[in-house]
Design a protein around this ligand. Structure first.
Ligand SMILES: *Cc1c(COP(=O)(O)O)cnc(C)c1O
Length: 433
């Protein structure tokens, strides 16, 4: 704990862990415990990462004090000149990074970005075609527990049972039969890239908008290892905190023709004041994502996932689509005599943290989860490569067999790759010159 305290650099506004400890020892204890948890195990949640110190500094800055409803140059509050500059920088960097005509960097989360995209393009009661939830659709793709399922009429497409791949003929047939106002491509667990050109063609054929929910792969797009949905989709929704390694938040990219509708859908329709500390942190993350170091990281994320997929197959896991092209692996564990929740529990007991995963399970009760989902972004940020992935894959296999020796091996491996090493932060490129 003292190590963490002394390694925190002091900011002009005097951020310092001791101040928090003195003011609120209870919360400081929770915070430090969480820092230790994150560094003491293997973080394989596909949506998580370790942001840089530069991004953390922007997030914990007095920009959090500023109210800024509206957009740069058109705010409802005074004193916005400098946060306007921060937002303009974030927008320009996002546009350049993804080759988009327009970017809105205000959505508070990926879900808020999707909500705003729907608000811009749809009316309540409209039909939307999206990936069915048991096949990997997100809550915002029509879950009855979410606004999307209540306000729109969702039709779900799925994956082919034998290959695990999206069945584009089914997508086309459903689009022709239901004439949706919008088609959504994007998933929380599909380990391959959507064929954006095929989706565009189907959308054109049926007169639908195409919304790409690229929350997961947008960081791979930034790093040049995934196809860019921007040229194909009318609106691209994304998160900034997954593979992209920025602050927790959302992002919308679109053509100039939809810019005004998207802006109004974010504010004032679905949100109030922008969180300017987060917007500033997004700007920092976009700049980091434009560096050669980030491209190297993104390539490593994908090759690590490939290696891990091979080892896990050898450990008896049945991988959706037989492997991965992304950072993400979805695996059926029923062949090992387990269900997703039991598998996640055994892995957690060994210090290996990942998610359960919905995979099509006909004949099983609703809520039954037969898979696990994992991703390699966080471990790659920590500096792990293929050699470590072989070790991680074997540790996962052993933990699923409840091999008691795994916990200490996990701790040893994690200890070699601290997420916040004392030396230069590789995420900002500070060590490269
Ligand atoms: C993560 C994710 C979201 C939502 O992001 P939040 O920031 O958690 O709201 C939306 N869609 C997809 C496909 C996602 O993977």
């Amino acid at each position: 704990m003292s190590l963490i305290a002394t390694s925190l650099p002091k900011t002009p506004w005097g951020t310092d862990l001791d101040a928090l400890r003195r003011a609120d020892p209870e919360l400081a204890g929770v915070l430090l415990g969480e820092v230790e948890r994150q560094s003491g195990g293997l973080q394989l949640i596909a949506a998580e990462n370790f942001i840089s110190r530069a991004v953390l500094t922007a997030l914990g800055s007095p920009l959090a004090n500023k109210y800024a409803e509206g957009y740069p140059g058109a705010r409802h509050h005074g004193g916005c000149e400098l946060v306007d500059l921060a937002e303009r920088i974030a927008v320009d960097r996002a546009k350049a990074l993804f080759g988009a005509e327009y970017a809105n960097v205000q959505p508070h989360s990926g879900s808020s970005a999707v909500l705003a995209a729907y608000a811009a393009l749809l009316r309540p009661g409209d039909t939307v075609l999206a990936m069915a939830l048991p096949h990997g659709g997100h809550l915002t793709h029509g879950s009855p527990a979410n606004f999307s399922g209540r306000w729109f009429d969702f039709v779900g497409y799925g994956v082919d049972r034998s290959t695990g791949l999206i069945d584009y003929e089914q997508v086309r047939a459903l689009a022709l039969a239901h004439r949706p106002k919008a088609i959504v491509c994007g998933s929380i667990s599909y380990p391959r890239h959507p064929d954006y050109a095929a989706f565009r063609e189907i959308a054109d054929e049926t007169g639908a908008y195409l919304i790409a929910d690229a929350a997961h792969p947008i960081g791979l797009v930034a790093g040049g290892v995934a196809p860019n949905p921007v040229p194909y989709a009318d609106v691209v929704c994304a998160t900034t905190h997954k593979v992209l390694r920025g602050p927790r938040g959302g992002l919308i990219l679109c053509g100039a023709g939809l810019a005004e509708r998207i802006d109004r859908a974010v504010f004032p329709f679905t949100q109030g004041g922008a969180q300017m500390h987060t917007v500033a942190a997004k700007a920092v993350a976009f700049a980091e994502a434009a560096t050669p170091g980030f491209a190297t990281y993104a390539h490593q994320v994908v090759s690590n996932a490939r290696t891990l997929a091979e080892v896990l197959t050898g450990e008896g896991l049945d991988l959706a689509t037989g492997g991965t092209d992304t950072h993400l692996i979805s695996a059926d564990v029923t062949g090992l005599g387990l269900d997703g929740r039991t598998a996640r529990g055994r892995l957690a007991a060994a210090g290996i943290v990942l998610d359960t995963c919905a995979l099509p399970s006909p004949g099983r009760p609703a809520g039954y989860l037969k898979g696990i989902r994992l991703g390699t972004a966080a471990l790659t940020t920590q500096g792990m490569g293929e050699a470590e992935m072989e070790q991680v894959g074997r540790l996962i296999g052993a933990a699923l067999r409840e091999d008691g020796a795994v916990r200490s091996q996990v701790a040893t491996l994690a200890g070699i790759f601290p997420p916040y090493p004392a030396s230069d932060d590789p995420r900002t490129g500070a060590g490269n010159h």
